[in-house]
Design a protein around this ligand. Sequence first.
Ligand code: SF4
Ligand code: SF4
Length: 134
Amino acid sequence: MGDIATNGKKKSYYDCVDCPAYCCSVYDRVQVTPRDIRRLAKHFGVTDEVATAKFTKVWGKERVLRRKKDILFAETCQFINTETRGCTIYDARPAVCREFPTTKRCAYYDLLSFEREQQDDPKVIPLVKITFKK
Ligand code: SF4
Ligand code: SF4
């Protein structure tokens, strides 16, 4: 969620700038911790209570970011710029966004690259939906 091909510390094989923000869109839950809420509150100049109510909601036993309708996917994170596909709160994004993906490769970026090559179209965007079966 917001890294680039070479982040200066370790080499990675994805470029978020070239991606429609799959990770911000295909997951229903982007978990937020009390520390994330404090960071959001500071960023927007509001109290933790206001940030909690305005930007988050409860999902089962978790607190997660609120989402909004999207023009590409059914829904996406409320903080995505739906035109540029960039995060509008990059410096204040939650910890899970900073950590994703935890590997050198991003499976979504691999899919994007694969389909662009297969379709011979550098602009094509494969739309994916992820569900989990237990
Ligand atoms: S899906 Fe992967 S490449 Fe796309 S924004 Fe997220 S981390 Fe970056
Ligand atoms: S806070 Fe930013 S990086 Fe995290 S899911 Fe939302 S748009 Fe993506």
